[in-house]
Design a protein. Structure first.
Length: 226
């Protein structure tokens, strides 16, 4: 048996590239929310339905990658990071795609319109959540380099800066959520109560998407600290 085959059997195939591919699909699901909200704003439900399906496709791809990684990740891998840490990071990444699918599903299912007074704020809020997910992807794309350097040196410093920007974006998203909730409260008496209830849920879920993206950075930060 060739030595390379023996080593592959001992240490297993590196899961880093699949982890990065999974994060890319999770972010794709989130990124499509920008166009989706524009379609909702225009009451273009045909376009919204197409985008909701695209989000579902990305979420399904992420889910398939997640299952494949879990099935093929060996119990003993020759990496300076534990199997459990990688699985936890994978789980956090996966929740980004899940939440994007939830948001598109509830809005399309109820054909939810955005109150005109909140349209611009809501679009900024959604795009900031997407930017948070994009920053998480940027950090994960450095994971292979980070492993090669043993979580030290310039690469570790670079990743730390990426995480700091990720935290800043998530904090900005929190600030926008406070403003939108406050402004919705001011006009909610003029809106159908059921619509208000579901719109608060959408606001919460968009914030949750940004929070889940930020948790990707938190998991990387824990790896840096070990």
């Amino acid at each position: 048996m060739p030595i390379s085959t023996q080593l592959s059997g001992m240490f297993g195939k590196s899961p880093i590239k699949p982890m990065q591919e999974h994060m890319a699909e999770s972010h794709r699901a989130a990124s499509l929310l920008s166009e989706f909200f524009l379609a909702v704003k225009a009451s273009d439900w045909k376009k919204a339905a197409e985008l909701q399906q695209d989000i579902g496709v990305a979420e399904n791809k992420a889910d398939a990658l997640k299952k494949d990684i879990r099935l093929t990740l060996p119990k003993s891998i020759f990496l300076p990071v534990s199997r459990s840490d990688l699985l936890e990071l994978l789980s956090v990444q996966d929740k980004i795609a899940n939440r994007a699918k939830d948001i598109a599903g509830i809005m399309l299912g109820r054909e939810m319109s955005i109150p005109p007074a909140l349209e611009q704020e809501m679009l900024e809020y959604v795009n900031t959540a997407i930017a948070t997910s994009a920053q998480a992807l940027k950090a994960i794309e450095e994971l292979d380099e980070l492993l090669e350097t043993g979580f030290a040196g310039r690469e570790a410093t670079l990743v730390q800066k990426l995480i700091e920007e990720l935290d800043r974006l998530e904090h900005r998203n929190d600030e926008l959520q406070v403003v939108i909730r406050s402004n919705l409260f001011k006009i909610e008496k003029d809106l159908p109560p059921v619509d208000v209830m579901f719109f608060y849920r959408v606001i919460e879920w968009v914030g949750d998407l940004a929070d889940r993206a930020q948790k990707v950075g938190s998991r990387l930060q824990l790896l840096l600290a070990r």
